[in-house]
Design a protein around this ligand. Structure first.
Ligand code: DC
Length: 227
């Protein structure tokens, strides 16, 4: 039986719950979850390791040709990231890498460098891809586009609890200030800024719990993709 080919673009600000929801939805639908933020994090990590200021576009661009960035999905569906053959999946999650990733992602050459890697994945299988510019730039023809958002205070509170649970707590005010800064960076850069695609469905989870948010996303996908 031929299965329907479709892609789900899931964009939104940091801390909106994109990855948690996308993972649950991918499992439910039996499709691949692609976390595109992870590849910007690898570039951020590479810049940090090389002692490059992430805002220095010329220096970051000069670094790109020497980088071997790979993304692999295991049979369990878990995405792992490699830099020069080294598994950096855990290291890129360090909180200090977030700002590096946000800064390097503002450079056009970085985005161009990573574009084809993302498009290829969506051509080869059904995906739910999360990021900032998936519906607007990476997969403008995606069958389903969702803009996932929540109030910045709600996102900060969720992130604060998550950090606490992970054993790397941070004061709430700091978490909120960082989220605001990343929101500003991600929406004000010149290339592929975070914005809602015209044909995206907006899902605001400020007042929804995890189960309710998952149900909402699944409903949107089933309707839009005609599943
Ligand atoms: O989703 P994340 O927090 O792991 O993403 C890290 C940074 O990468 C984020 O601040 C913005 C950038 N990013 C991007 O510019 N485009 C994407 N498609 C995904 C992430």
């Amino acid at each position: 039986m031929e299965t329907k080919h479709y892609a789900v673009a899931l964009d939104g600000p940091s801390g909106a719950g994109k990855s948690t929801l996308a993972k649950a939805v991918a499992k439910e639908l039996g499709i691949m979850y692609v976390d595109t933020g992870a590849i910007y994090r690898v570039i951020g990590l590479a810049a940090r390791r090389s002692g490059i200021k992430p805002r220095d576009e010329a220096a970051v661009t000069a670094l790109l040709p020497s980088l071997d960035v790979r993304m692999e999905h295991g049979t369990d569906g878990v995405q792992r990231m490699y830099l020069g053959g080294e598994d950096v999946s855990d290291e890129i999650r360090l909180p200090e890498i977030s700002m590096y990733a946000s800064a390097v992602s503002a450079h056009a050459p970085v985005r161009t460098f990573l574009l084809e890697m993302q498009r290829k994945l969506a051509r080869e299988q059904n995906v739910i891809m999360d990021g900032r510019d998936i519906g607007t730039v990476v997969l403008p023809d995606a069958e389903v586009k969702i803009f996932l958002t929540a109030d910045v205070e709600v996102r900060a509170k969720r992130r604060f609890l998550e950090l606490e649970q992970r054993g790397t707590p941070k004061p709430y005010d700091e978490v909120l200030a960082e989220l605001r800064e990343r929101d500003w960076n991600d929406t004000h850069r010149d290339v592929a800024p975070l914005r809602e695609a015209e044909d995206a469905v907006r899902a605001d989870t400020s007042n929804l719990d995890f189960e309710q948010s998952t149900a909402l996303i699944l409903q949107i996908i089933r309707e839009r993709a005609g599943l």
